[in-house]
Each structure stands twice: as C-alpha cells, then as structure tokens.
Design a binder for this molecule. Structure first.
Ligand code: ATP
Ligand code: LTN
Length: 332
C-alpha cells in the first residue's frame, strides 16, 4: 500500500474558539482526515507566550479535544495530542533556534501585532513562536498544513528553516506546504470587516464564539456591519461586511456564493442577517451538545490524549534522532 501523505495542524487552547477557527481550520481537517495521515495538536506551549490563567489553560486543553471530536475528527484515524506531552517539540525547537535569525523573527507580522498588544510582556517565547511551530510541523515529516491565511508567514518560515537545515547537512526534513480553504480562509470581524475575526478581539460582539447560544448568535449577526447599499452581493472590495456574511452563510449551508446571493435577491439586509444567524446557530447547536457530552467523560478524553501522545512521540522521536545525529550530538 502506498504511504499516505502527512497532514499536521494545531490550535492554541486559548480563549473560546470562534467560527473563524472552525471554518479556517477545523472544518478543513474533517474533510481531509480520510486522505492523509493526520496529526492534530493542542498547542499549549504556544499558548503560554501570552499570559494564561493556569486553571483555564488546563480546562481549555480538554475542551479543545472535546471540540475536535465533536466536529467529527475521528480518533481512530487521526492522532490528537497535547503539544507539551511530546517533549520532542521543545527539543527540536531548541536545535532550530540555532538555524533561525533574530532578524527573521523580528519581521513576523504576528510578533509585531502581539508585541503591540502585550507591550508589557514581549517575552522570548513570543518571538520564538514561529520556531516552535516549525518544530511542530517538521517533526512529523509533514506534507500539508491546513491553516487560515493569517498563518501563511509562519508556514513559510518553517519551509525556510527546513531548507536551510537540509542544505547545511543532508535532506532531513520534508518541505511542508500550507493548505487553505477556497472559501473561508479568512473570516472577518462582524463589526470591523477589515480585521480577521479573532478569539482574543477586544470587542466580543465582532466574533461568534463556538460557545455562544442561539440568541447571542442572532443578536451579534443583527448588529453586524454591512454598508449603505441594499444589495446582497459578493464584492469584498466595496462590500466587505456583506461579503464576509455571504462567506459565512455559504460555508454553513454548503451553498456556493452564487447560490447564497440568489437566496437573497430582492431581500433586505435585515432578512439576510437573520438568515445567516439562523444558519450558524443551527449548525453550532449539535456541536455544542456533543462537546458537552464528551466533556462529561474525562477518562475517555484522557485515553485519547494518552494514545495520541504515544503515537505522536513515536514519529517525532525518529526525526529528532536523525537531527541529533546530523548535528553531532554524541549518542550512547
Ligand atoms: P488569537 O486571536 O488568540 O491569536 P486565533 O483566533 O488567531 O487566536 P489561533 O489558535 O491562532 O486562533 O488559530 C487557530 C487556527 O484558526 C489557525 O489555523 C488560524 O489560521 C485559523 N483562524 C483563526 N482565525 C481565523 C479567521 N478569522 N478566519 C479563518 N481562519 C482563522
Ligand atoms: N500558530 C498556530 C497554531 C499552531 C500550528 C502549529 C498550526 C501551532 N503549531 C503547527 C499549524 C501547524 C495558530 O494557528 N495560531
């Protein structure tokens, strides 16, 4: 049997996830799990680059796993695990640090954004974030990395670091490719459609959280920014708000953008926003219910994480051993 290609992705267990995370990342994963050998991590080591409340981080780690499962990721097919349970991530990160330039890290958009937002805590971890992410990806000899568009620069730098290492020694790492959704690779804030919807946005009314109840979802969509026109038409340049809502509607109903536009021909923005809210609420309800059910069974969740960490470590340690050998670490 031909070996399957490897797919790797992760999400930080910080805050509550938004429909941006669901559409840009998790939905893509569920579609691809049958075609690839998949690894899905819960990136708690990335999470601490911004101050976290320990009890929350612990709780969000488990609820993130429950969400992966509730969204339909199958633990029989995919390896799901917590990043800190596989020490090879920190170990490879340390090696790759010596193959990464400070200047490259200073230029990273996310580093600049987060430094501005957390000016009181611009720590080394924040700066090193992309190197740890490169270690995540490269440990598994990953072919594809399905992420939202905001992660493009990080996948690029992982490729650069891998290539640099391969050139200095001999081919060691597979060079990964980022993979984006055709529709929904960037979902924008409902109140400021020029910004991406973020789980740590200042105003929570611009984001739809996966934990929001039906009334909250509908209320937030009702208040979403549109424009002064009245036509429901996909035109990201001139109608950023409406286009963002159309994208969300299309993803949540499985309709194409053109079909979505047709649904609202001759209708006003009020009807349109209500319909988008209802479509999202309808789809999120069963996921929320399933997640809650799973969270009640802690021993099952821990079992998934235990076997996930074991499988992940097995693959990761093979790559790490190769790296240690090439760079000249004495082996016993
Ligand atoms: P934060 O806002 O706290 O920095 P985030 O919302 O960007 O976090 P991450 O954990 O950084 O969430 O990202 C998880 C995944 O979700 C990544 O693949 C990212 O590209 C994707 N993603 C995040 N926001 C969006 C969005 N608005 N549209 C599409 N994909 C997104
Ligand atoms: N930085 C990513 C989360 C992440 C990730 C990864 C994504 C950590 N390690 C490896 C893909 C591959 C984010 O989405 N903020």
């Amino acid at each position: 049997m031909e070996e399957r290609k490897v797919l790797y992705s992760a999400i930080q267990p910080t805050n509550n996830l938004t429909i941006g995370n669901l559409i840009g990342a998790i939905k893509n994963w569920t579609n691809l799990q049958n075609d690839y050998d998949c690894f899905f991590a819960i990136a708690n080591m990335h999470a601490i680059t911004v101050r976290q409340v320990p009890a929350d981080l612990r709780q969000k780690t488990l609820s993130m796993l429950a969400l992966y499962l509730a969204c339909g990721i199958d633990p029989e097919k995919c390896t799901m695990y917590v990043q800190s349970h596989v020490p090879a991530h920190a170990e490879l990160c340390w090696v790759l640090n010596s193959f990464t330039y400070v200047g490259e890290m200073e230029r990273m958009t996310q580093f600049k954004d987060k430094s501005a937002r957390h000016a009181e805590n611009i720590n080394m971890g924040l700066m090193d974030y992309p190197v740890l992410m490169a270690a995540d990806i490269l440990l598994y000899q990953t072919d594809v990395v399905p992420v939202g568009l905001d992660q493009r620069q990080h996948v690029e730098i992982a490729r650069d670091i891998a290539q640099r290492f391969n050139n200095i020694y001999t081919p060691t790492f597979k060079i990964p490719e980022a993979l984006y959704m055709k529709v929904g690779a960037k979902i924008n804030d409902l109140l400021d459609p020029s910004k991406k919807m973020s789980k740590s946005a200042e105003n929570p009314n611009g984001s739809i959280f996966l934990s929001d109840d039906r009334d909250t979802i509908i209320r937030k969509f009702k208040r979403a920014v549109t424009d002064s026109g009245s036509e429901v038409k996909f035109d990201p340049e001139n109608k950023a708000g409406v286009s963002n809502l159309l994208t969300i509607y299309s993803v949540f109903t499985g309709k194409t953008i053109a079909e979505a536009e047709a649904d609202f021909a001759g209708k006003g923005y009020g009807d349109f926003k209500l319909a988008v809210g209802e479509a999202v609420a309808d789809k999120l309800a069963p996921i929320q219910k399933e997640q809650e059910k799973l969270l009640a069974d802690k021993s099952y969740l821990e079992g998934v994480l235990r076997s996930g960490a074991e499988r992940a470590a097995h693959t990761a340690n093979k790559t790490l051993a190769k790296v240690y050998k090439k760079i000249g670490f004495y082996q016993l």
